[in-house]
Design a protein around this ligand. Structure first.
Ligand code: AMP
Ligand code: TRP
Length: 325
């Protein structure tokens, strides 16, 4: 059975971009593949963070993955730092990765701009640790949003370089993208992101979600209700694509282009369809918060299973490198 690996950072509130761009795909893949999903705390510490909340955030993130439909019985869910072999492999990968490749990474350049006072080695090395996350399990598929494509490309490069120097040990992993690999924020300008105040939280209160949707930017050329709109230029339509049926999409497309429906009606329909999917997730989250031991047990089991695989890969790696047993 082919193996799937993906990760999510415990850096803030999980939003609908994370959900439709990645997590929802993970839930589908879980049924057919040997899946491993990690809450990547070692990645999260590459930027400034609050020490006292990191652990809570990790549990909260694992809880949301389970509330979204992942089952610790059907896949492995674990906290990255509970399998320290990831960082050991990352060191070895450091020794085959050209510095220039890392300096060119879009995410590194963006984060270096955002965190001028803390451009640390970990921030630059982030994609190498990500390659180690994937390759330590020899995963062939990596379901992610569009912003991670460059990092997966680097993972392939790392696998190629390692294999060429030390013998073929690793596959070249392929990215899998969802139907909504890039959702913009409610500002309609930049990518929906935890670090920007432009997201709709997966577990946010219904009234707040509606307020955010109601005021969200649509096609900026449609100023009056009587103006004809263009769904191709509208982020609300992009989100519709992730939550609404083909029939609804056709109806909205037609109505928008002919000014038959207004933006508020379109948003109301979206809100309705979103809630059909988010309501049960919110209910499961309430249940899990009260039964948090289930989450703790799940990630404990996940770490034990993953550590066994990771240890075996590291034995092969050490032998390939000529390190003393
Ligand atoms: P992160 O929160 O950066 O750890 O991202 C977790 C997953 O969500 C990754 O696979 C990202 O590519 C994906 N993701 C994050 N933001 C978005 C977005 N705005 N649209 C689609 N996917 C996203
Ligand atoms: N960098 C990813 C993100 O920000 C998270 C991540 C870490 C990841 N390791 C991974 C994703 C391995 C896929 C595979 O979203």
């Amino acid at each position: 059975m082919k193996r799937v690996f993906s990760g999510i950072q415990p850096t803030g509130e999980i939003h609908i971009g994370n959900y439709v761009g990645a997590i929802r795909n993970w839930v589908h893949l879980m049924e057919e593949y040997d899946c491993i999903f990690s809450v990547v705390d070692y990645h999260a510490i590459t930027i400034d963070y609050e020490i006292s909340v990191l652990g809570k955030r990790c549990i909260e993130t694992a809880m949301i993955l389970i509330a979204s439909g992942l089952s610790p019985e059907k896949c492995n869910i674990f906290i990255q730092s509970h399998v320290p072999e990831h960082t050991e492999l990352a060191w070895i990968f450091n020794c085959v990765t050209p510095v220039g490749d890392l300096e060119r990474m879009t995410q590194f350049k963006e984060k270096a701009k955002q965190h001028r006072g803390n451009i640390n080695m970990g921030l630059m090395d982030y994609p190498v640790l990500q390659a180690a996350d994937i390759l330590i399990y020899k995963a062939g598929y990596v379901p992610v949003g569009e912003d991670q494509i460059q990092h997966i490309e680097l993972s392939r490069e790392v696998a190629r370089k390692f294999n060429a120097r030390f013998g073929r040990l690793f596959p070249e992993p392929e990215a899998i993208m969802s139907i909504a690999p890039r959702i913009l924020g409610v500002d309609g300008v930049s990518k929906m992101s935890k670090s920007m105040n432009n997201y709709i939280g997966l577990l946010e209160d219904k009234n707040i979600i509606w307020e955010k949707l109601r005021t969200a930017v649509t096609d900026v050329n449609r100023v009056r209700r009587s103006d004809k709109g263009n769904p191709d230029l509208c982020n609300i339509y992009t989100i519709h694509r992730a939550f609404s049926s083909e029939d609804v999409l056709l109806e909205i497309d037609k109505g928008c282009r002919s000014a038959g429906i207004g933006c508020i009606d379109c948003k109301k329909k979206l809100f309705e369809n979103m809630m059909v999917e988010l309501d049960p997730i919110r209910e499961r989250a309430i249940y899990l918060r009260e039964n948090i031991d289930y989450v703790h047990d799940g990630i404990r089991k996940g770490a034990i299973n993953c550590r066994a695989i990771a240890k075996k890969t590291m034995e092969e790696v050490r032998e390939a490198l000529g390190l003393l047993p």
